[in-house]
Design a protein around this ligand. Structure first.
Ligand SMILES: [Zn+2]
Length: 128
């Protein structure tokens, strides 16, 4: 079984995690929680983009200030994903298995549709 790495294991994640030929994810993207093996996005399913960081739900809950996200344009591109709260135009994405989140967000007003998973709210597993 291939080993799962935390985001912090990568020295330069915006290059280490990315296939330079097409800007897609070079690793399977898994739930960030240690004992959860939920596959969120398969290798090659998403592209790296820069967006506004995840809006904190309150001051004590800042999941990530990272501006880099894995982007997909269709819900069906996920292997597994859940929705937690909706606040205004923002639907927060969570792990489908353990509900940890927010891992990212979906702005319902944004066209074309996009679903974003923060690159530091995930773990990474190599795939051949
Ligand atoms: Zn999980």
């Amino acid at each position: 079984m291939a080993e799962i790495s935390k985001f912090t294991a990568f020295a330069t994640p915006t290059t280490d995690l990315v296939d330079a030929t097409n800007n897609t994810n070079l690793y399977d993207i898994l739930c960030p929680r240690d004992n959860c093996r939920c596959l969120v996005l398969r290798k090659g399913a998403a592209t790296l983009v820069k967006r506004d960081p995840i809006k904190p739900l309150d001051e004590s809950d800042v999941p990530s200030t990272n501006e880099h996200f894995w982007h997909v344009g269709d819900m069906m591109d996920f292997d597994n994903v859940g929705f937690s709260k909706t606040v205004g135009d923002t639907k927060f994405l969570s792990c489908a298995d353990c509900d940890v989140g927010p891992l990212g967000y979906h702005n319902i007003a944004h066209q074309p549709k996009e679903y974003l998973i923060s690159i530091d709210c995930a773990r990474y597993r190599p795939r051949n």
